[in-house]
Design a protein around this ligand. Structure first.
Ligand SMILES: C[S@@+](CC[C@H](N)C(=O)[O-])C[C@H]1O[C@@H](n2cnc3c(N)ncnc32)[C@H](O)[C@@H]1O
Length: 355
Protein backbone atom coordinates (compact mmCIF):
# COMPACT_ATOMS: atom_id res chain seq x y z
CA UNK A 1 0.00 0.00 0.00
CA UNK A 2 1.34 3.44 -0.92
CA UNK A 3 1.60 5.65 2.15
CA UNK A 4 0.39 9.19 1.43
CA UNK A 5 3.08 11.84 1.68
CA UNK A 6 2.25 14.16 4.55
CA UNK A 7 3.15 17.80 4.19
CA UNK A 8 3.97 18.61 7.82
CA UNK A 9 3.30 22.32 7.52
CA UNK A 10 -0.13 21.68 5.91
CA UNK A 11 -0.90 19.16 8.65
CA UNK A 12 0.08 21.59 11.38
CA UNK A 13 -1.98 24.38 9.84
CA UNK A 14 -5.03 22.14 9.50
CA UNK A 15 -4.70 20.80 13.07
CA UNK A 16 -4.62 24.38 14.34
CA UNK A 17 -7.66 25.24 12.22
CA UNK A 18 -9.60 22.21 13.52
CA UNK A 19 -8.47 22.96 17.10
CA UNK A 20 -9.76 26.51 16.64
CA UNK A 21 -13.17 25.12 15.71
CA UNK A 22 -13.07 22.75 18.70
CA UNK A 23 -12.16 25.61 21.04
CA UNK A 24 -15.03 27.65 19.58
CA UNK A 25 -17.37 24.76 20.39
CA UNK A 26 -16.17 24.76 24.01
CA UNK A 27 -16.55 28.54 23.98
CA UNK A 28 -20.22 28.33 22.98
CA UNK A 29 -21.32 27.20 26.41
CA UNK A 30 -19.17 29.94 27.98
CA UNK A 31 -21.03 32.52 25.87
CA UNK A 32 -24.40 31.09 26.83
CA UNK A 33 -23.43 31.16 30.53
CA UNK A 34 -22.17 34.73 30.22
CA UNK A 35 -25.41 35.75 28.56
CA UNK A 36 -27.83 33.97 30.88
CA UNK A 37 -25.98 34.95 34.08
CA UNK A 38 -25.71 38.59 33.04
CA UNK A 39 -21.90 38.53 33.15
CA UNK A 40 -21.45 40.39 29.85
CA UNK A 41 -24.00 42.98 30.89
CA UNK A 42 -22.13 43.44 34.19
CA UNK A 43 -18.92 44.12 32.26
CA UNK A 44 -20.49 46.34 29.58
CA UNK A 45 -19.57 50.00 30.02
CA UNK A 46 -18.15 49.33 33.49
CA UNK A 47 -14.44 49.82 32.64
CA UNK A 48 -11.81 47.46 34.10
CA UNK A 49 -13.25 45.20 36.83
CA UNK A 50 -11.66 42.57 39.05
CA UNK A 51 -13.10 39.05 39.09
CA UNK A 52 -14.35 39.69 42.64
CA UNK A 53 -16.20 42.82 41.48
CA UNK A 54 -17.78 41.04 38.49
CA UNK A 55 -18.88 38.22 40.81
CA UNK A 56 -20.34 40.65 43.34
CA UNK A 57 -22.21 42.74 40.75
CA UNK A 58 -23.63 39.67 39.00
CA UNK A 59 -24.32 37.81 42.29
CA UNK A 60 -22.39 34.78 41.08
CA UNK A 61 -19.73 32.65 42.80
CA UNK A 62 -16.31 34.28 42.46
CA UNK A 63 -14.22 31.17 41.71
CA UNK A 64 -16.47 30.28 38.75
CA UNK A 65 -16.54 33.86 37.53
CA UNK A 66 -12.72 34.12 37.59
CA UNK A 67 -12.30 30.94 35.54
CA UNK A 68 -15.01 32.09 33.11
CA UNK A 69 -13.31 35.49 32.78
CA UNK A 70 -10.02 33.74 32.03
CA UNK A 71 -11.74 31.70 29.32
CA UNK A 72 -13.08 34.93 27.85
CA UNK A 73 -9.67 36.61 27.97
CA UNK A 74 -8.06 33.59 26.29
CA UNK A 75 -10.74 33.72 23.57
CA UNK A 76 -10.32 37.45 22.93
CA UNK A 77 -13.90 38.04 24.13
CA UNK A 78 -12.77 40.35 26.97
CA UNK A 79 -9.55 42.33 27.40
CA UNK A 80 -7.33 41.41 30.37
CA UNK A 81 -5.13 43.99 32.10
CA UNK A 82 -2.32 42.05 33.89
CA UNK A 83 -1.00 45.01 35.92
CA UNK A 84 -4.33 45.51 37.71
CA UNK A 85 -5.61 41.91 37.30
CA UNK A 86 -8.81 43.32 35.80
CA UNK A 87 -11.07 42.47 32.87
CA UNK A 88 -12.76 44.87 30.48
CA UNK A 89 -15.38 44.55 27.74
CA UNK A 90 -14.62 46.86 24.81
CA UNK A 91 -17.62 48.65 23.21
CA UNK A 92 -17.34 46.44 20.10
CA UNK A 93 -17.33 43.28 22.22
CA UNK A 94 -20.31 44.67 24.15
CA UNK A 95 -22.29 45.12 20.91
CA UNK A 96 -21.85 41.45 20.07
CA UNK A 97 -22.13 40.02 23.60
CA UNK A 98 -24.06 42.34 25.92
CA UNK A 99 -26.53 44.45 23.97
CA UNK A 100 -29.59 42.41 23.05
CA UNK A 101 -30.91 45.23 20.87
CA UNK A 102 -27.75 45.34 18.73
CA UNK A 103 -27.99 43.95 15.16
CA UNK A 104 -24.87 41.88 15.84
CA UNK A 105 -25.91 40.41 19.22
CA UNK A 106 -24.91 36.74 18.93
CA UNK A 107 -25.22 34.80 22.23
CA UNK A 108 -28.76 33.40 21.61
CA UNK A 109 -27.58 31.96 18.29
CA UNK A 110 -25.64 29.36 20.31
CA UNK A 111 -29.02 27.81 21.17
CA UNK A 112 -29.08 26.45 17.61
CA UNK A 113 -25.92 24.27 17.81
CA UNK A 114 -27.02 23.31 21.35
CA UNK A 115 -30.24 21.90 19.88
CA UNK A 116 -28.29 20.22 17.06
CA UNK A 117 -26.11 18.38 19.61
CA UNK A 118 -29.15 17.51 21.71
CA UNK A 119 -30.84 16.04 18.60
CA UNK A 120 -27.77 14.12 17.39
CA UNK A 121 -29.65 10.79 17.55
CA UNK A 122 -32.37 12.17 15.25
CA UNK A 123 -29.72 13.19 12.71
CA UNK A 124 -27.92 9.83 12.91
CA UNK A 125 -31.21 8.04 12.30
CA UNK A 126 -32.08 10.40 9.42
CA UNK A 127 -28.74 9.77 7.67
CA UNK A 128 -29.17 5.99 8.05
CA UNK A 129 -32.78 5.81 6.89
CA UNK A 130 -33.12 8.83 4.59
CA UNK A 131 -36.18 9.90 6.59
CA UNK A 132 -36.81 13.52 7.54
CA UNK A 133 -36.81 15.34 10.87
CA UNK A 134 -39.64 17.82 11.23
CA UNK A 135 -38.97 21.36 12.53
CA UNK A 136 -41.26 20.68 15.52
CA UNK A 137 -39.42 17.47 16.49
CA UNK A 138 -36.28 19.36 17.49
CA UNK A 139 -35.33 20.53 20.96
CA UNK A 140 -37.12 23.83 21.67
CA UNK A 141 -33.78 25.69 21.69
CA UNK A 142 -33.79 25.43 17.89
CA UNK A 143 -36.93 27.54 17.42
CA UNK A 144 -35.85 30.07 20.07
CA UNK A 145 -32.28 30.28 18.75
CA UNK A 146 -33.29 30.81 15.13
CA UNK A 147 -35.88 33.43 16.07
CA UNK A 148 -33.38 35.30 18.25
CA UNK A 149 -30.58 35.03 15.66
CA UNK A 150 -32.63 36.63 12.89
CA UNK A 151 -34.69 39.03 15.04
CA UNK A 152 -32.01 41.70 15.48
CA UNK A 153 -31.04 41.67 11.81
CA UNK A 154 -34.72 42.08 10.89
CA UNK A 155 -35.00 44.88 13.42
CA UNK A 156 -32.11 46.84 11.93
CA UNK A 157 -32.81 46.16 8.24
CA UNK A 158 -36.34 45.03 7.40
CA UNK A 159 -38.25 48.32 7.72
CA UNK A 160 -35.45 50.83 7.04
CA UNK A 161 -33.72 48.98 4.19
CA UNK A 162 -35.34 45.83 2.77
CA UNK A 163 -38.93 47.03 2.31
CA UNK A 164 -37.82 50.32 0.68
CA UNK A 165 -35.66 48.26 -1.71
CA UNK A 166 -38.87 46.72 -3.15
CA UNK A 167 -40.62 48.64 -5.92
CA UNK A 168 -43.47 50.79 -4.56
CA UNK A 169 -44.16 48.50 -1.61
CA UNK A 170 -43.68 51.04 1.19
CA UNK A 171 -46.28 53.37 -0.36
CA UNK A 172 -48.77 50.50 -0.53
CA UNK A 173 -48.03 49.46 3.05
CA UNK A 174 -48.62 53.03 4.17
CA UNK A 175 -51.93 53.18 2.30
CA UNK A 176 -53.06 49.77 3.60
CA UNK A 177 -52.74 46.26 2.13
CA UNK A 178 -52.98 42.68 3.33
CA UNK A 179 -49.61 41.10 4.07
CA UNK A 180 -48.89 37.39 4.53
CA UNK A 181 -45.80 36.29 6.49
CA UNK A 182 -45.48 32.63 5.53
CA UNK A 183 -43.51 30.39 7.94
CA UNK A 184 -43.41 33.31 10.37
CA UNK A 185 -42.02 31.31 13.33
CA UNK A 186 -41.97 33.54 16.40
CA UNK A 187 -43.39 36.39 14.31
CA UNK A 188 -40.66 38.98 14.87
CA UNK A 189 -40.79 40.01 11.19
CA UNK A 190 -44.60 40.22 11.27
CA UNK A 191 -44.64 42.39 14.38
CA UNK A 192 -41.89 44.71 13.13
CA UNK A 193 -43.81 45.39 9.91
CA UNK A 194 -47.09 45.81 11.81
CA UNK A 195 -45.52 48.40 14.11
CA UNK A 196 -44.26 50.40 11.14
CA UNK A 197 -47.44 50.22 9.02
CA UNK A 198 -50.62 50.55 11.11
CA UNK A 199 -52.89 50.89 8.04
CA UNK A 200 -52.01 47.44 6.70
CA UNK A 201 -53.20 44.08 8.02
CA UNK A 202 -50.63 41.37 8.76
CA UNK A 203 -51.27 37.62 8.74
CA UNK A 204 -48.60 35.30 10.12
CA UNK A 205 -48.86 31.64 9.07
CA UNK A 206 -46.85 28.65 10.26
CA UNK A 207 -47.31 24.92 10.72
CA UNK A 208 -45.66 24.96 14.17
CA UNK A 209 -48.37 25.89 16.67
CA UNK A 210 -46.02 26.48 19.68
CA UNK A 211 -44.13 29.09 17.62
CA UNK A 212 -47.40 30.90 16.93
CA UNK A 213 -48.07 31.13 20.67
CA UNK A 214 -44.76 33.01 20.95
CA UNK A 215 -45.79 35.18 17.98
CA UNK A 216 -49.03 36.11 19.68
CA UNK A 217 -47.16 37.08 22.85
CA UNK A 218 -44.77 39.21 20.78
CA UNK A 219 -47.70 40.97 19.10
CA UNK A 220 -49.36 41.63 22.47
CA UNK A 221 -46.10 43.07 23.89
CA UNK A 222 -45.76 45.33 20.83
CA UNK A 223 -49.41 46.48 21.07
CA UNK A 224 -50.24 45.55 17.46
CA UNK A 225 -52.93 42.89 17.92
CA UNK A 226 -55.57 45.09 16.26
CA UNK A 227 -53.98 44.53 12.84
CA UNK A 228 -52.02 41.29 13.28
CA UNK A 229 -53.33 37.72 13.26
CA UNK A 230 -51.52 34.42 13.52
CA UNK A 231 -52.94 31.16 12.26
CA UNK A 232 -51.72 27.60 11.82
CA UNK A 233 -51.54 27.08 8.05
CA UNK A 234 -49.26 25.52 5.48
CA UNK A 235 -47.46 27.48 2.78
CA UNK A 236 -49.98 26.05 0.31
CA UNK A 237 -53.31 26.52 2.08
CA UNK A 238 -53.47 29.83 3.99
CA UNK A 239 -56.57 31.97 3.31
CA UNK A 240 -56.72 33.88 0.03
CA UNK A 241 -56.77 37.59 0.90
CA UNK A 242 -55.28 38.94 -2.34
CA UNK A 243 -52.17 40.05 -0.51
CA UNK A 244 -50.27 43.14 -1.60
CA UNK A 245 -47.15 41.55 -0.11
CA UNK A 246 -46.30 37.92 0.64
CA UNK A 247 -43.14 37.33 2.67
CA UNK A 248 -41.03 34.21 3.13
CA UNK A 249 -38.42 34.90 5.79
CA UNK A 250 -35.79 32.16 5.96
CA UNK A 251 -38.43 29.56 5.20
CA UNK A 252 -38.81 28.81 1.48
CA UNK A 253 -35.77 26.52 1.41
CA UNK A 254 -37.23 24.59 4.38
CA UNK A 255 -40.37 23.62 2.51
CA UNK A 256 -40.87 20.15 1.06
CA UNK A 257 -42.40 21.66 -2.06
CA UNK A 258 -41.13 25.22 -2.59
CA UNK A 259 -42.56 25.28 -6.13
CA UNK A 260 -46.08 24.58 -4.82
CA UNK A 261 -45.60 27.37 -2.25
CA UNK A 262 -44.53 29.82 -4.99
CA UNK A 263 -47.45 28.72 -7.19
CA UNK A 264 -49.85 29.23 -4.30
CA UNK A 265 -48.35 32.68 -3.63
CA UNK A 266 -48.94 33.58 -7.30
CA UNK A 267 -52.59 32.62 -6.85
CA UNK A 268 -53.31 34.60 -3.66
CA UNK A 269 -51.21 37.66 -4.54
CA UNK A 270 -53.00 40.85 -5.65
CA UNK A 271 -52.33 41.57 -9.36
CA UNK A 272 -49.79 44.28 -8.53
CA UNK A 273 -48.49 42.52 -5.40
CA UNK A 274 -44.90 41.54 -4.61
CA UNK A 275 -43.22 38.57 -2.97
CA UNK A 276 -40.39 39.29 -0.54
CA UNK A 277 -38.07 36.34 -0.26
CA UNK A 278 -35.40 36.53 2.45
CA UNK A 279 -32.99 33.61 2.29
CA UNK A 280 -29.66 32.77 3.90
CA UNK A 281 -26.85 34.44 1.92
CA UNK A 282 -25.38 32.05 -0.64
CA UNK A 283 -23.65 32.18 -3.97
CA UNK A 284 -24.81 29.79 -6.67
CA UNK A 285 -21.92 27.33 -6.55
CA UNK A 286 -20.38 25.39 -3.67
CA UNK A 287 -16.88 26.59 -4.53
CA UNK A 288 -18.12 30.18 -4.02
CA UNK A 289 -19.55 29.31 -0.60
CA UNK A 290 -16.33 28.11 1.03
CA UNK A 291 -16.52 30.59 3.88
CA UNK A 292 -17.47 30.95 7.53
CA UNK A 293 -21.03 31.82 6.52
CA UNK A 294 -21.15 28.75 4.23
CA UNK A 295 -19.73 26.56 7.02
CA UNK A 296 -22.46 27.68 9.40
CA UNK A 297 -25.36 27.48 6.95
CA UNK A 298 -24.45 24.17 5.28
CA UNK A 299 -24.14 22.60 8.75
CA UNK A 300 -27.52 23.92 9.90
CA UNK A 301 -28.97 22.91 6.56
CA UNK A 302 -27.81 19.30 6.97
CA UNK A 303 -29.47 18.70 10.33
CA UNK A 304 -32.36 21.16 10.18
CA UNK A 305 -33.41 22.58 6.79
CA UNK A 306 -32.93 19.55 4.51
CA UNK A 307 -34.22 17.29 7.29
CA UNK A 308 -37.42 19.34 7.56
CA UNK A 309 -37.99 19.51 3.79
CA UNK A 310 -37.53 15.72 3.59
CA UNK A 311 -40.05 15.31 6.45
CA UNK A 312 -42.58 17.18 4.27
CA UNK A 313 -42.12 14.78 1.37
CA UNK A 314 -39.25 16.79 -0.14
CA UNK A 315 -39.86 17.00 -3.91
CA UNK A 316 -37.13 19.63 -4.19
CA UNK A 317 -34.89 19.92 -1.16
CA UNK A 318 -33.22 23.27 -1.74
CA UNK A 319 -31.10 23.43 1.43
CA UNK A 320 -30.04 26.66 3.11
CA UNK A 321 -27.39 27.44 0.48
CA UNK A 322 -29.65 27.27 -2.58
CA UNK A 323 -28.35 30.51 -4.12
CA UNK A 324 -30.21 33.07 -6.20
CA UNK A 325 -30.25 31.10 -9.48
CA UNK A 326 -32.07 28.08 -8.02
CA UNK A 327 -34.49 30.30 -6.13
CA UNK A 328 -35.21 32.28 -9.31
CA UNK A 329 -35.89 29.01 -11.14
CA UNK A 330 -38.54 28.07 -8.56
CA UNK A 331 -40.34 31.40 -9.01
CA UNK A 332 -39.96 31.36 -12.79
CA UNK A 333 -41.55 27.86 -12.93
CA UNK A 334 -44.37 29.18 -10.70
CA UNK A 335 -45.20 31.82 -13.31
CA UNK A 336 -43.43 34.87 -11.89
CA UNK A 337 -42.04 37.04 -14.72
CA UNK A 338 -39.83 39.30 -12.59
CA UNK A 339 -37.25 38.16 -10.06
CA UNK A 340 -34.39 40.27 -8.78
CA UNK A 341 -31.99 40.77 -5.91
CA UNK A 342 -33.25 43.83 -4.05
CA UNK A 343 -30.59 43.89 -1.31
CA UNK A 344 -28.13 41.69 0.55
CA UNK A 345 -26.27 41.45 3.85
CA UNK A 346 -23.41 39.08 4.77
CA UNK A 347 -26.09 36.72 6.13
CA UNK A 348 -29.12 37.23 3.85
CA UNK A 349 -30.23 37.54 0.26
CA UNK A 350 -33.26 39.83 -0.13
CA UNK A 351 -35.14 38.94 -3.31
CA UNK A 352 -38.26 40.34 -4.95
CA UNK A 353 -40.64 38.41 -7.24
CA UNK A 354 -43.59 39.73 -9.21
CA UNK A 355 -46.00 38.17 -11.63
C1 LIG B 1 -36.09 28.68 9.86
S1 LIG B 1 -37.68 28.99 10.47
C2 LIG B 1 -37.90 30.71 10.12
C3 LIG B 1 -38.92 31.35 11.00
C4 LIG B 1 -39.12 32.85 10.79
N1 LIG B 1 -39.64 33.14 9.47
C5 LIG B 1 -37.83 33.62 11.02
O1 LIG B 1 -37.29 34.18 10.07
O2 LIG B 1 -37.35 33.65 12.18
C6 LIG B 1 -38.73 28.21 9.28
C7 LIG B 1 -40.20 28.25 9.65
O3 LIG B 1 -40.96 27.68 8.58
C8 LIG B 1 -42.02 26.94 9.15
N2 LIG B 1 -42.50 25.96 8.18
C9 LIG B 1 -41.90 24.81 7.83
N3 LIG B 1 -42.64 24.16 6.92
C10 LIG B 1 -43.73 24.91 6.68
C11 LIG B 1 -44.85 24.79 5.81
N4 LIG B 1 -44.98 23.74 5.01
N5 LIG B 1 -45.77 25.76 5.82
C12 LIG B 1 -45.64 26.85 6.63
N6 LIG B 1 -44.60 27.01 7.47
C13 LIG B 1 -43.65 26.07 7.48
C14 LIG B 1 -41.40 26.32 10.38
O4 LIG B 1 -42.37 25.86 11.31
C15 LIG B 1 -40.55 27.47 10.90
O5 LIG B 1 -41.24 28.28 11.80
Amino acid sequence: MNMPVIDESKLEAFVMRAMGDLAAGYGGIMITLGNKLGLYKTLAGAGPLSAAEVAKRSTCAERYVREWLNSQAASGYVDYHPASDTYELAPEQAMVLADDESPVFLPPAWQVPASMWFDEELSLEAFRTGKGVNWGEHDHRLQCGVAAFYRNGYRSSLVPEWLPALEGVVEKLEAGINVADVGCGHGHSTVLMAKAFPNSHFYGYDVHAPSLQESTQNAIKAGVTDHVEFQVAKAVDYPDKQYGLICFFDCLHDLGDPLAAAQYAAKVLAPDGAVLLVEPFANDRLEQNISTVGQLYYSASTCICCAHAISEGGTEVLGAQAGEARLAEVFCKAGFKHFRRAAETPFNLILEARR
